[in-house]
Design a protein around this ligand. Sequence first.
Ligand code: HEM
Ligand code: HEM
Length: 185
Amino acid sequence: MIKDSKKKLSPITTTLHWLIAIVLISLIAVGIYMEENEVFFLYPIHKSIGMLLFSVILIRVVWRIKSGWPEPVSQYKKIEQIGARTIHWVLIIGTVMMPISGMLMSGAGGYGLSIFGLELLASNPDELNPGKVIPLSKSLAGLGHTLHELGGNIMIFAITLHIIGAFKHHFIDKDSTLRRMLGRR
Ligand code: HEM
Ligand code: HEM
């Protein structure tokens, strides 16, 4: 198995990075769109893809714990190194927190959890109000909602800084940071 090095990143690192990055950015966009416009048919799709992505996210976390963070391609100012590493931590923790808070919101909210029809947790229908559900725990569902919304905003902020950083490396420092994440040397 190829390990991350200063010159080249493992295909495991690059594949996991881009798969998670693209799907996660799409989930943020769909999440905001469906909530603001009350597009309810998108909810189960957003949730199913979010839960499937969670398993890929966990594989990435294990891979990072096993192989550590990739070494920077060259020497940067201390402040830049600390900034980049902090953002990486926020991003990786955010990738774990977003699906967990989403599942907490839906699960505790009584909506149940299912991945494209495969039921993981049954919903809790309200017999007296057809089409409505009874929360299993209002406070936990509320906590999940707050964390999901706050987490989404923190992720948008961190991803923006992260992309600016990647472009700075590529266009201003003209180093191989972005090329390395694209699988090149
Ligand atoms: C990496 C995974 C995920 C990301 C990045 C993500 C992102 C988002 C974002 C940004 C919003 C809009 C929040 C707002 O502006 O208030 C949202 C809404 C929502 N998400 Fe997720 N989500 C993910 C996974 C999940 C999962 C796994 C579930 C449930 C199983 C879920 C359930 C929901 C629900 C129910 C809403 C709408 C909340 C409402 O109508 O008040 N999400 N998501
Ligand atoms: C178009 C958007 C993106 C670009 C251009 C980009 C670019 C990069 C680059 C060039 C690196 C290598 C940094 C280094 O060598 O020190 C990197 C690492 C990283 N990126 Fe991104 N990224 C993007 C989106 C994302 C998103 C959405 C996430 C969060 C889910 C993310 C999370 C990370 C993390 C945690 C690392 C550390 C290495 C790893 O665990 O894979 N990136 N990114």
